[in-house]
Design a protein around this ligand. Structure first.
Ligand code: NOJ
Ligand code: CA
Length: 730
């Protein structure tokens, strides 16, 4: 009742605002709701049509890139979050700062943008700030709603659209609210029916872009669905009508699809009882009764909707837009417990089927095996060891999913293993497979992390291999909240995380640097028991999934054809996708290159350690330092090839990889500091190497090189090259 009365008052007030704006239109020039990137190359304008629907459009280098595209949300109970809006004011601000992080591809990051905050109101007492930020490497915008006299908002749809003006080529996985472990497709933009983000494309006129989201903290994930234009901007004075006709003739319009809540019609829920800060109940006095709606205001912000933009494919990789749109680190005090690490693990043997997670005579995580792995790590300059299958509950995997996170299996003497690891200066990475049983995990969460920290473990790998309860899906608001809760709990106990079957990265690592790495794409495991990841997969990931953040791909399989395990009497098929002919679809040199290319602050050498013993090429991993200070993607095209270089201290590491085609690349070494010589150890494909027929042929050369040299790299089909550079002090 109160809301209805307030709405009538608002309508009268807005009529006055409208009249004032009309008078202003005749007396002063039309207010411009337009903002440009600091270098002036990207322009965004915001407009509302005669019905108060909101639109944005984008120009790049003075050419139309995104034609007018609808904004707004649908909500339950007649709450109008989408139209009848009028602009009350527009504020312009700028930022140009550098900030640093304790780990990352780059430790120092420049944050330079121009911001336009458009303040809007509608007759339903909805207050909205549309906040747009334009960077030289793209843009982001988000919705900041303020709704009065209500205690919950139930979102049913997001209208945000991306009407791409020109056709082109795109790289993406299909939209799925359950999994990202899907194969990439290279498709003309107009043939994409739906896609998950990052959705990367190149227009016919050569602009590279990627649509994604930043700071996904209390919302369902966003995917894209091809759509007829929802609504065409009707206000004539703003846009070229030819332009609208052009984009109507092709279907290059994508609308946001949010992962549903279990009742399918609901996408996101904000209530004033939510534990999140978005739901704020304002009260005049601390004692005010909660049901007094007079002073109640519900605030909620959406994640940023982002478009990275560059005239080069590698420009997308070198962009820091996603991190810049996240909140600074909230963890305080000594953060030395958060550090990049190299690791090996009792892991690949289970995927190959020669050992098991569950306790039996093939059990992998035994005390004896654990010590063998700890010794190997200590002898090979490796920081940590992961143990999967160490705890009670694996017999229920795929069934009741009843894992116990504080009970080690009888043959895994955790206290003795921790004592031994400490003696050898090795970190242990714990493992929490939940099977998707969130309720079971949340019940144990606090105690599990307390117990784990008490044992001296500072890093945990989590996993969600299994369906979620109560009709929830992996990527909905329910699970986004769960993943966040785990990050916060782990942080309180000084534990870092590596999340498998995660929500996709959106830059949260800036705010919570203990959220180090995650899976969220088809990783190495698929090679153990399926048709595997094709050669173009690893040169597509850096331009798609990895734009969002680090990935625990777990490269480094040396027994590429599974020659040592395929016919082992120990081997048992455990995965339905396993046809018995699986293998890794790369050359050996490309496995090394992927340690550099597929960025992860926790970088695993995935193979069983016996396959590394005595292998000359393993020297690259021994020398490799995952704690890099600076990175640059030097060359590449999605799905074709890539060259990346990273600096860690004084050392440089370079990785180059190609798809199924052999190729030569020339890499000027201008990234090396001048006036120093370096020893380059070059691990490349053998002359007769080919991923299909001769994958393990490789060679190692050493050269003295410097800043003014050019490295010519020959890569076999499905091959690659890894180089470590050590400075020779002058
Ligand atoms: C799937 C994860 O991606 C993999 O790394 C793990 O070994 C299994 N789940 C079992 O937890
Ligand atoms: Ca997985």
């Amino acid at each position: 009742m109160k809301r209805i009365k307030n709405n009538i008052i608002r309508k009268l007030q807005l009529l006055i605002v409208n009249c004032t704006l009309l008078i202003c239109l005749f007396s002063c020039s039309t207010p411009k709701n337009e903002v440009a990137s600091p270098d002036g190359k990207i322009h965004l304008s915001f407009n509302i049509d005669d019905d108060g629907f909101m639109y944005y459009d984008v120009k790049v280098n003075d050419s139309v890139f995104i034609t007018p595209s609808l904004l707004g949300f649908e909500a339950k109970n007649g709450l109008n979050l989408k139209n009848s809006f009028v602009i009350t004011k527009t504020k312009f601000t700028s930022e140009n700062e550098t900030w640093s992080q304790i780990w990352g591809e780059n430790k120092t990051i420049r944050n330079n943008y121009n911001e336009m905050a458009v303040h809007l109101e509608n007759e339903d007492s909805i207050f909205l700030v549309m906040r747009f930020r334009l960077f030289n490497d793209g843009l982001g915008f988000r919705y900041e709603y303020k709704v009065t006299d209500i205690d919950s908002v139930i979102i049913t749809d997001e209208l945000t659209s991306f009407n791409i003006k020109e056709n082109g080529t795109s790289w993406s996985i299909p939209a799925s609210f359950e999994t990202y472990e899907l194969l990439y497709r290279t498709l003309p933009i107009n043939e994409v029916e739906d896609a998950n983000t990052p959705f990367t494309f190149k227009t016919e006129s050569g602009i590279y872009a990627s649509i994604h989201e930043a700071a996904l903290t209390d919302f369902p994930e966003m995917t894209l669905k091809k759509t007829e234009k929802l609504k065409t901007l009707e206000t004539e004075n703003n846009f070229d009508s030819q332009l609208l006709r052009f984009s109507d003739s092709q279907i290059l319009s994508f609308k946001t699809q949010l992962a549903p809540y279990p009742d399918k019609k609901t996408k996101a829920i904000f209530t004033s009882d939510s534990q999140r800060t978005y739901a704020i109940r304002l009260s005049n006095s601390a004692t005010q009764h909660l049901s007094n709606l007079a002073t109640q205001i519900l605030n909620f912000k959406t994640p940023w909707r982002t478009i990275q933009i560059s005239d080069k494919a590698v420009g997308l990789i070198n962009s820091n837009l996603i991190l810049n749109l996240n909140e600074p680190c909230v963890l305080e005090g000594d953060l030395s417990w958060i550090r990049p690490m190299k690791y090996v693990g009792v892991w690949w043997s289970m995927h190959l089927g020669v050992e098991s997670w569950v306790i039996n005579d093939r059990h992998g995580a035994t005390t004896e095996n654990a010590k063998r792995y700890i010794d190997f790590a200590a002898n090979n300059n490796i920081d940590a060891v992961l143990f999967e299958g160490w705890n009670e509950g694996w017999d229920s995997w795929g069934g009741r999913q009843n894992f116990d996170f504080t009970k080690a299996y009888a043959d895994f003497d955790i206290d003795e293993i921790m004592r031994y690891a400490k003696e050898r200066n090795i970190e242990v990475i714990g493992h929490h497979e939940t099977g998707g049983n969130i309720a079971n995990y949340e019940r144990q969460l606090e105690e599990a992390y307390r117990w784990t920290a008490g044992k001296g473990i500072h890093c945990v790998k989590t996993g969600y291999a299994g369906g979620l309860p109560d009709g929830h899906n992996h990527h909905g608001q329910y699970n986004v909240r769960h993943y966040r809760k785990v990050v916060e709990t782990a942080a309180r106990h000084h534990i870092t995380l590596d999340v498998h079957e995660p929500i996709k990265p959106t830059g949260i690592r800036r705010t919570y640097p203990n959220m180090m790495t995650r899976e969220g794409a088809r990783g190495m495991e698929w090679n153990a028991w399926s048709e595997g990841n094709p050669p173009e997969h690893h040169v597509t990931l850096p331009f798609t999934r990895l734009l969002a953040g680090p990935m625990d791909y777990t490269p480094g399989t040396f027994d590429i054809l599974f020659e040592n395990t395929r016919n082992s009497p120990q081997r048992k098929k455990w995965n339905d996708n396993d046809k018995g002919n699986s293998r890794v679809n790369t050359t050996l040199a490309k496995q090394l290159a992927n340690w550099v290319i597929l960025y992860s602050p926790l970088q695993m050498a995935s193979d069983m350690i016996e396959h590394y013993e005595g292998h000359p090429a393993f020297q690259f991993f021994r020398d490799f330092n995952p704690d890099c200070d600076w990175s640059e993607a030097l060359q590449g095209e999605p799905g074709e090839y890539i060259v990346v270089v990273r600096r860690a201290g004084e050392d440089f590491f370079l990785g180059a990889a190609t798809n199924g085609s052999a190729r030569e690349v020339a890499v000027p070494l201008t990234f090396l500091p001048e006036n120093h010589d370096f020893v380059a150890t070059i691990y490349s494909d053998g002359d007769d190497a080919h991923w299909e027929t001769n994958p393990t042929s490789y060679k190692i050369e050493k050269k003295i090189i410097s800043h003014s040299d050019t490295l010519f790299i020959n890569m076999a089909a499905g091959g690659g090259c890894a180089v470590s550079f050590k400075v020779i002090t002058k």
